[in-house]
Design a protein around this ligand. Structure first.
Ligand code: ZN
Length: 292
């Protein structure tokens, strides 16, 4: 096995992220292949491109080692300090966490649930979004499939369901790497600023009152109105998540093209690129998982 044995968790996370992105691409190319087919449901049995088995194993081994080391320090390795193989790490997890009877998943609850911005908790992401759900059975099956493929003794290939089970590990706070090199601290700061912006917006709304807010909403013009010739990068107003008026001026979109960056011209609420990226990523993953 690759040297990954003594890697610190941030290196494991980075490695996991790189490999996981490659697995994502292996899936995306397959759906890009037919641009005319509207993706309305996700085919969990869709196969990934051949040759990705080793990448999958690396991503899984690093993710599991990082999670076990973070949750139960020391249990990721044997008495000589050698990190266990993925299959053994999955057994460790299954012994530590009783699987949920309905789903068979081992769930590590979100340990930051209390500090998340109230806005995120209330409006944005479904309950338990940041819990880590580990499908020990499916991930073990993935190891079987990839092992057979790598030794040329099987025809089966890794499927979308296996990749999704792998990507689900990214919810664990020691990973969360799929957005790139961002740190948890930057994210926390961004969410903190977002919450403060919401507070300021609400204070302003209270100060001017409903009628005045209504009046402003009706008389305002969109500073970034779309025009095919004069402002092709413009956008229509969107509904503001704080005041509810159709006055959120869109200045750009998150990296997934799903969530608007910008500011409301009535209540002043501002959504930063980082927060938009995070929300967009949440929606993107939800879409990938076929939960829509
Ligand atoms: Zn507003």
């Amino acid at each position: 096995m690759q040297s990954g044995n003594e890697l610190p968790n941030d290196s494991r996370a980075k490695y996991f992220g790189q490999c996981a992105v490659m697995m994502l691409n292996a899936l995306q190319q397959e759906s890009d292949a037919d641009p005319f087919s509207e993706v309305t449901s996700v085919d969990l049995s869709a196969e990934t491109e051949r040759g990705h088995e080793g990448i999958y194993d690396q991503a899984l081994s690093n993710a599991l080692a990082a999670i076990v080391a973070a949750e139960w320090p020391g249990e990721e390795a044997n008495s000589q300090g050698r990190v266990h193989f993925a299959r053994v790490l999955l057994k460790v997890i299954a012994e530590k966490i009783r699987p949920e009877p309905a789903t068979g998943l081992c769930v590590i609850p979100d340990r930051d649930a209390d500090v998340r911005s109230p806005l995120e908790r209330e409006n944005r992401l479904p309950e338990g979004f940041w819990d880590t759900r580990i499908d020990v059975g499916l991930l073990t099956d993935a190891l079987d499939v990839s092992g057979r493929a790598r030794h040329g003794s099987g025809t089966g290939r890794l499927q979308r369901r296996h990749v999704q089970a792998l990507l689900a590990l990214d919810r664990h706070p020691t990973l969360r790497t799929l957005l790139g090199a961002q740190s948890d601290r930057d994210d926390e700061r961004a969410w903190h600023e977002d919450a403060r912006s919401v507070d300021q917006a609400r204070a302003l709304l209270q100060l001017i009152g409903d009628e005045e807010a209504e009046r402003r909403a009706e008389s305002t013009e969109n500073p970034n109105e779309y025009h095919p010739k004069h402002n092709p990068d413009g956008h229509d107003f969107e509904e503001c998540p704080v005041c509810g008026h159709e006055t959120f001026c869109v200045q750009g979109l998150d990296m997934w093209g799903r969530v608007a960056i910008g500011q409301c011209v009535v209540c002043s609420y501002r959504r930063s690129p980082r927060v938009a990226d995070q929300e967009g990523f949440g929606e993107h993953v939800t879409w990938l998982m076929g939960e829509d």
